[in-house]
Design a protein around this ligand. Structure first.
Ligand code: NAP
Length: 252
């Protein structure tokens, strides 16, 4: 029997990339999954690809009314809520002096406000049932990264948010942890290659060369960590940030 048999998981930004990798892993281990994403067609298609009994919902995580409606729909249609993965993300990279207010606000809105709104909606179900698992996506960029003042601030904010969730929700049987990935091969890092004017394969190869384990990461690497942190085996772990980066943080 899978670790998530009888569990319902909501994963934001799960139409592709890391969120999609998490969705697949949770389904493999028995969960019913709601894929939340900005793009309605992509959310529905991703849910269909997961198999029978999953749900795709169009939801902008920075929109309070949309978030509340999506969470209520998940509970009504999938019969409960036990796991939340706050994964939806965007980048709007630029050096500080060229960064617009819109680029700052968008990145804060999706990563920080989005995680806040989703978590506030989910805890309405977690607390009364005395059970819930939350994983928030941070990043090695939280430690500082040229051209990412907005993203780094948001991702370090996610770590402080996670620690506070650990304190506030622990007494109610809810664990909250963050994962800080290093370079993961997704459309997000493909876009970085495009911005730098470097072919995707070249950026991946260069990144792998500098990494202690000599490879880049894949969505499955993050999904494995998320599955552990959302399992009952990890019930004494809360408020932590786990760097899943092949050791990149150690050498940067
Ligand atoms: P990705 O491939 O760009 O996927 C992000 C997903 O989030 C997309 O499906 C996107 O939908 C969705 N999304 C964006 N804004 C949204 C919103 N307001 N509401 C709902 N969904 C929204 O990114 P990824 O690489 O898988 O990254 C996933 C998470 O890991 C992000 O939080 C990212 O910051 C973090 N992370 C990634 C890396 C990496 O190397 N890839 C490293 C560290 C941390 P649309 O396609 O419709 O825009």
């Amino acid at each position: 029997m899978g670790r998530f048999e009888g569990r319902v998981a909501v994963i934001t930004g799960a139409a592709r990339g890391i969120g999609n990798g998490c969705a697949r892993r949770f389904v493999e281990e028995g969960a019913r999954v709601a894929v939340l994403d900005l793009d309605e067609a992509a959310a529905s298609q991703a849910a269909q690809e997961l198999g029978e009994g999953h749900l795709g919902i169009c939801c902008d995580v920075s929109d309070s009314a949309a978030v509340d409606a999506a969470v209520e729909r998940v509970v009504a249609e999938l019969g409960g809520l036990h796991i939340l993965v706050n994964n939806a993300g965007v980048t709007r990279d630029n050096l500080l002096f060229k960064m617009s207010e819109d680029d700052w606000d968008l990145v804060m809105g999706v990563h920080l406000k989005g995680a806040f709104l989703m978590t506030r909606a989910a805890q309405r179900h977690f607390v009364p049932q005395r059970y819930g698992k939350i994983v928030n996506l941070s990043s090695v960029s939280a430690l500082g990264n040229r051209g990412q003042a907005n993203y780094a601030a948001a991702k370090m904010g996610v770590q402080g948010f996670t620690r506070t969730l650990g304190i506030e929700l622990g007494p109610y049987g809810v664990n909250a942890n963050a994962i800080a990935p290093g370079f993961i091969a997704t459309e997000m890092t493909d876009a970085t290659a495009a911005r730098l004017g470097v072919p995707v394969e070249e950026l991946r190869a260069r990144t792998a060369e500098r990494n202690p384990v000599r490879r880049v990461g894949f969505p499955e690497d993050i999904a494995a960590a998320a599955a552990f942190l959302c399992s009952d085996e990890a019930s004494y772990i809360t408020g932590q940030t786990l760097y899943v980066d092949g050791g990149a943080k150690l050498v940067s």
